[in-house]
Design a protein around this ligand. Structure first.
Ligand code: UDX
Length: 429
């Protein structure tokens, strides 16, 4: 059992902290948001993540929460930094939280500690952390900096942490390597030891590659649409080629969330600073934005303009199994409907509270799938929540003013929808 502290209780920090306790370590989670820490102390999970609260309760004897960063650092041998690393408008990563935390750590450490960066950080941040700690720590205190990027996805965070494809660890000393090896020994996954810089680039490369796969298939979808082909068939056959792989080939209205948009921009910036123009990624970003606008145009076209139209929207979160609406396509799409004079009704199984913060009283928040459809000119689907697949389509048809469904996530079979009497439009088929 290791004594670990995790600084930052956002998605990555909290899920990592709870999972590190689950594999047997004693973990102190630190955050400067007192309200959040008070909630966590009462075993209330502040984010929507299936299974996380249960796991917190299961491990409560090994899991502590505090706002006192000094005390947490002093009591721990390994310190994970999992604070936010937002990307500014110009693509530059804002490292102020990482830098502040590094300084705070430096000022209190009195013996050897391993400082691990868990958040996604641009290459060379590890070296920056090292410089800050060396500058502010007491003379003679030894430490190691490690880069251990996290690959967990919202909605499947626990499984991704406990059963990962691999664990990437960028280290500079055998001592730190040994400690990291023992932290993760209960997890059965290959440990990939690299330099700190490689680990940092691995994380950005993975997210950039996956985002590229999505923009690629969305472009293929647009070509399919114009040529009477079906992108689902194309993606299936492509994905069976082991060199390509079946994941992240789902065409739709593009990617959102707290990672892909931010990391793609940050990686373009990293490349630029290295004297390289990452045009390919710029295009990935552009295609992703365009996909939302194409969808808006399709809706406009199929319902003959937005003026005085009533639009039912199913799904608001950037993907299913999360209440997260950061960079969700639904924000641009609904805003555009409203700006063009349409009335909008929405339903989402968990993201309504977050939607209220964005749209306030400009839209109607329906209580279920059927309430949202009532009296609308069209029903549009923006997130593929499991419960939407099971909706009673006959009932929906009766409730809609016109039987039009425009599906941004391809959840239904076009032939079946046609048989049911819908005018059904989806992506790339
Ligand atoms: C992502 C990475 O997958 C994860 O490794 C990293 O740690 C954080 O960023 P996350 O943002 O939680 O995770 O969601 P993910 O499941 O990867 O989906 C991202 C976006 O891509 C969603 O908007 C989703 O709808 C979209 N997507 C995904 C597609 O449009 N098509 C696909 O085939 C897959």
């Amino acid at each position: 059992m290791k004594k670990i502290c995790v600084i930052g209780t956002g998605y990555v920090g909290l899920a990592s902290g709870v999972c590190l306790a689950e594999i047997g370590h004693s973990v102190i989670c630190v955050d400067n948001n007192k309200e959040k820490i008070d909630q966590l102390k009462k075993v209330i999970c502040p984010i929507y993540e299936p299974g996380l609260e249960k796991l917190m309760a299961k491990n409560k004897k090994r899991l502590y929460f505090t706002t006192d960063i000094k005390d947490a650092v002093l009591k721990s041998d390994i310190i994970f930094i999992a604070v936010h690393t937002p990307t500014r408008e110009d693509g530059e990563t804002d490292l102020q939280f990482v830098e502040n935390v590094s300084k705070e750590i430096a000022l209190v450490i009195d013996k050897y500690k391993v400082i691990v960066s868990k958040s996604t950080m641009p290459v060379k941040t590890g070296q920056k952390i090292k410089e800050i700690i060396s500058k502010f720590c007491k003379k003679g205190v030894e430490f190691d900096v490690v880069s251990n990027p996290e690959f967990l996805k919202e909605g499947t965070a626990i499984d991704d942490f406990l059963r990962p494809d691999r664990i990437v660890i960028g280290v500079e000393s055998k001592k730190a390597e040994k400690i990291m090896r023992s932290i993760y020994s209960p997890i059965k996954a290959p440990l990939i030891f690299t330099s700190i810089e490689s680990a940092e680039i691995i994380k950005h490369s993975c997210n950039a590659f996956l985002a590229t796969k999505i923009s690629f298939i969305n472009t293929i979808a647009n070509i399919c649409e114009k040529n009477n082909a079906n992108v689902e068939e194309v993606a299936l056959a492509m994905g069976l080629d082991k060199r390509i792989g079946k994941h992240f080939l789902k065409a739709g209205i593009g990617f959102g969330g707290s990672c892909f948009p931010k990391d793609v921009s940050a990686f373009i910036n990293v490349a630029e600073k290295s004297g390289y123009d990452f045009d390919l990624l710029r295009e990935v970003k552009k295609i992703n934005k365009q996909q939302r606008y194409n969808f808006i145009e399709t809706v406009k076209d199929k319902i003959l303009g937005f003026k005085n139209k009533k639009i039912a929207v199913l799904g608001l979160s950037f993907k299913p199994d999360t209440d997260d609406m950061r960079e969700a396509p639904s924000i641009d799409i609904i805003s555009s409907f409203l700006d063009s004079g349409a009335e909008v009704r929405v339903f989402d199984p968990v993201a309504i509270e977050n939607a209220k913060k964005i749209f306030k009283d400009k839209i109607y928040y329906a209580k279920d799938i059927y309430d949202v459809a009532n009296g609308c000119d069209v029903l549009i689907i923006l997130t593929e929540w499991q419960e939407f697949y099971k909706m009673n389509l006959k009932r929906i048809k009766k409730l809609l003013k016109k039987p039009i469904i425009i599906d941004g996530r391809n959840i239904f079979e076009p032939k079946k929808m046609e048989k049911l009497g819908f005018k059904y439009y989806s992506i790339g088929r």
